[in-house]
Design a binder for this molecule. Structure first.
Ligand code: NAP
Length: 308
């Protein structure tokens, strides 16, 4: 088996919680270096900038960008220009255009670009998609509610322009919904709730249109206390499907279903290895388009200031 030398860029919460263990457990990769302004990972070579790493280590053929979306485009464009395979955490960029541009750049350079949506790799996601395929969907209700103080403590970037606010977790729901539903939805209305001292929303209500008058709505909220709700409920002609726990648990007609697979991040790195092996890319911007549409159509409501 070919072992790909890989570097991680941006050693924050998700890099430490998920990427480092997933890379270390995958024999197709070797964690060769990091790019970190704050020190990186003990025992792993670190560089201060992406440019420094790219010039010092031509043998590193893949980079996984795990920083917030704001600085991602510049870093990804450098990696692609240097002929390296590039994997992007979600959301893949601060705008749709950035990601489409990276897609064109990667095609021209002949490298793999992997726009990841980790929730699509949740253990029950594929079983949900298979069950829904060919069934008539009557309604979809998405609820994605969590406590921002618990899940994003001290993260300033989520409240700045481009940080997406509650759409940072909400886009996970949209990535899952767009992967499992056998119908295409488009956003028709949104209400975005902004704390008066913040540039991004703390809550959002979305309405979508689909074929044959399907009723589809979503509620994202960061003000939830005492536990999270990460759920997609679908009514079909053959009963209800509920995908919950962020896609880790599936119920059909109220009965728990068996789930399979290695879990989100191990599955993401398996897929990255396959894409590199086969010279392919995976670039889907549909979840990001729904978010952009919500900002385009959204009615803005201002509420009391939010303090961490
Ligand atoms: P984070 O803890 O704030 O870490 C991001 C890291 O990126 C920072 O520690 C920093 O690492 C680096 N960085 C580079 N440029 C930066 C900049 N301009 N502003 C802030 N940090 C910068 O964020 P995170 O929670 O890991 O999230 C990173 C990405 O992963 C986001 O796109 C998020 O949506 C996604 N994600 C997060 C989670 C989660 O549970 N937190 C889950 C799934 C996906 P250095 O000090 O090493 O440079």
């Amino acid at each position: 088996m070919t072992v790909t030398e890989i570097a991680l860029v941006g050693i924050g919460k998700i890099a430490r919680d998920q990427h480092i263990p997933a890379v270390q457990d995958n024999p197709a990769f070797r964690l060769a270096a990091t790019v970190s302004r704050s020190g990186g990972v003990e025992g792993v070579e670190n560089h201060a900038t992406v440019e420094a790493l790219l010039s010092a280590r031509p043998d590193i053929s893949a980079l996984s960008l795990t920083m917030p979306p704001g600085p991602r485009y510049e870093a990804a464009a450098c990696c692609i220009a240097a002929g390296r395979h590039t994997m992007l955490e979600k959301p893949p960029g601060a705008t749709v255009a950035e990601v489409l541009k990276l897609d064109r750049q990667a095609r021209a350079a002949g490298v793999t670009l992997f726009v990841t949506w980790h929730s699509r790799h949740a253990r029950a996601a594929d079983a949900a998609r298979r069950w829904l395929a060919g069934r008539a969907v009557r309604s979809v209700r998405i609820d994605w509610r969590e406590d921002v103080r618990k899940w994003h403590p001290g993260q300033d970037w989520i409240w700045r322009p481009g940080g997406l606010g509650v759409f940072d977790p909400g886009i996970n729901a949209l990535s899952l919904a767009t992967a499992i539903l056998p119908v295409e939805l488009h956003l028709t209305a949104a209400t975005l709730v902004f704390p008066e001292n913040r540039d991004t929303p703390i809550a959002a209500d979305l309405t979508f249109a689909g074929p044959e008058g399907i009723e589809a709505t979503a509620g994202f909220d960061w003000r939830e206390q005492g536990g999270e709700t990460w759920q997609i409920a679908v009514e079909t002609d053959e009963g209800p499907l509920v995908l919950t726990d962020g896609g880790a648990r599936l119920m059909i007609d109220g009965a728990d279903q068996p789930v399979e697979g290695p879990g989100e991040y191990p599955s993401l790195y398996r897929r990255f290895a396959e894409l590199i092996d086969t010279g392919a890319s995976s670039v889907d911007v549909e979840p990001l388009i729904h978010v952009a549409d919500a900002f385009m159509l959204g009615r803005r409501v201002t509420v009391a200031p939010f303090h961490d």
